[in-house]
Write a protein that binds this ligand. Structure first.
Ligand code: GTP
Ligand code: MG
Length: 417
């Protein structure tokens, strides 16, 4: 309960509001008018006046009716968690795509609430609210909004299509996506591993755009590592739906790095939230190595520098999550992995994965089979070619799927020589 209100406070802070008080009530059956009971509403009225607050935030989702009756009764702006999150996304969207995605989510959210927003806009000015790209739409009617929604969906599909095409040409490198709860340190990890400058902030939802960097994982191997938008408890479903295309990059990755803030008291709850959202977004996940049709997940317990005893902690979590590593992106912190700096263990695991995902193979290509040679040059990394006994022997780093295909086609392939 307190964790949830702490998180709501952080959301408020990120949105630019100052928290002056908090209260909670166990609500067995929310009332259709106020969600809360009349007694609580009266109490809130007093507190709001005393503190001179202009805003009331609720951690639970309000119906359009509950929102507007509470606003009337309390004479302040009332927002639920969904609205605060939408507001943060609206002010933080930078790229054209992120802006379109947020606008789509805002419009979908607004549609059933149009009347309430109209009155709200005419009555209350300033403060945080539904700012950003969706704002101008408030003046238009439902029909226009619906048309705008379908235009946005179409344009987002075009962007997604374009990206899928781009991805096609980059299948030669193994890929991993950083996923996890907001503020877990995903962007910091990408920065530490790639050695490039990436925006990091101790606020929620610092990252809204996916960003991909090539990372040298040692032994001549490179990984394509993608940073993604963070998840949070009760992430508005409109947002999840409109950010679907952005998450496509993560869905396509060979490997998922689930980044966890090991220093958070409720990290287990955060892991559950992330896994639930990923299931909803249809990520094919598996925890382990034994089946081939699902995606591998590596649990990265970050901020290990905050743990008093990192090694016993890791031993404990490995009982439940066998594929886990500790990391810390803070340079020169007391935490060191057995292989050096705070992210070196993760780099080692990535190298091992790269070796497994891209084994080196020797392929015997009959002289004159230009088509096969072309396929190898396009879809694998050719390390060497030699003509031996009437065949071309190609040594290459080959993706597992291509190896399977070559074997099925009866090509002479040898690995582990
Ligand atoms: N103590 C400690 N803090 C860290 C570590 N890694 C990141 N942080 C801090 O955690 C905060 C969030 O880091 P980000 O990298 O922006 O987190 P994120 O997962 O990308 O967050 P979103 O983009 O908001 O989803 C920043 O203040 C970082 O400096 C770590 O290993 N140890
Ligand atoms: Mg980030």
């Amino acid at each position: 309960m307190d964790d949830h209100l702490d998180e709501l406070s952080r959301l408020a802070d990120t949105a630019g509001a100052e928290v002056v008080g908090r209260t909670h009530q166990r609500v067995e059956a929310p009332t259709p008018t106020f969600y809360l009971g009349q007694g609580k509403v009266d109490e809130l009225k007093g507190v709001l006046q005393e503190t001179g607050s202009t805003l009331l935030l609720l951690d639970e989702a309000l119906s359009p009716v509950q929102g507007s009756s509470l606003e009337k009764a309390l004479a302040v702006r009332v927002m639920d968690r969904t609205e605060v999150i939408l507001d943060i996304f609206a002010t933080r969207a930078r790229s054209a795509e992120a802006k379109m995605q947020v606008e789509l989510a805002q419009l979908e959210y607004l549609l059933p609430r149009l009347t309430r927003m109209w009155t709200h806009l005419s009555r209350i000015r300033g403060g945080i609210g539904l700012r950003g790209p969706g704002e101008t739409q408030l003046e238009t009617d439902r029909r226009v909004i619906r048309r705008k929604i379908s235009t946005l969906k179409r344009r987002l599909e075009e962007v997604a299509h374009h990206r899928a095409n781009q991805r096609q040409g980059r299948r030669d490198l193994p890929s991993a996506a950083l996923v996890g709860y907001t503020n877990a340190g995903k962007s910091s990890l990408l920065r530490a591993l790639s050695g490039t400058e990436i925006f990091v902030e101790d606020r929620l939802f610092a990252t809204l755009d996916t960003l991909t960097r090539e990372v040298d994982v040692g032994g001549g191997y490179r990984f394509r590592l993608t940073d993604t938008v963070g998840f949070i408890r009760k992430l508005p479903h409109h947002l999840v739906a409109s950010f679907r295309a952005t998450l496509e990059e993560a869905r396509e990755a060979d490997l998922l790095l689930h980044v966890i803030d090991a220093g958070a008291a409720n990290w287990e709850e955060q892991v559950e939230v992330v896994e639930r959202e990923m299931r909803n977004a249809e990520f094919g996940m598996r925890n382990g190595q034994d089946s081939t049709d699902r995606k591998r997940v590596l649990y990265v317990f970050n901020k290990a520098d905050l743990l008093p005893e990192p090694e016993p902690f890791l031993a404990l979590v490995r009982e439940r999550y066998p594929h886990s590593v500790l990391s810390s992106t803070i340079p020169h912190s007391a935490f060191r992995t057995p292989h050096g700096g705070g992210v070196e263990q993760l780099r080692d695991v990535l190298r091992t994965s790269a070796q497994a995902l891209r084994p080196i193979a020797r392929i015997r290509v009959p002289l004159g089979d230009g088509k096969l040679l072309a396929v190898l040059h396009r879809d694998s990394e050719v390390l060497g070619e030699a003509q031996v006994d009437g065949v071309v022997e190609v040594t290459a780093r080959v993706q597992a799927w291509l190896l399977g295909k070559l074997r099925r086609d009866g090509v002479n392939v040898e690995i582990g020589f």
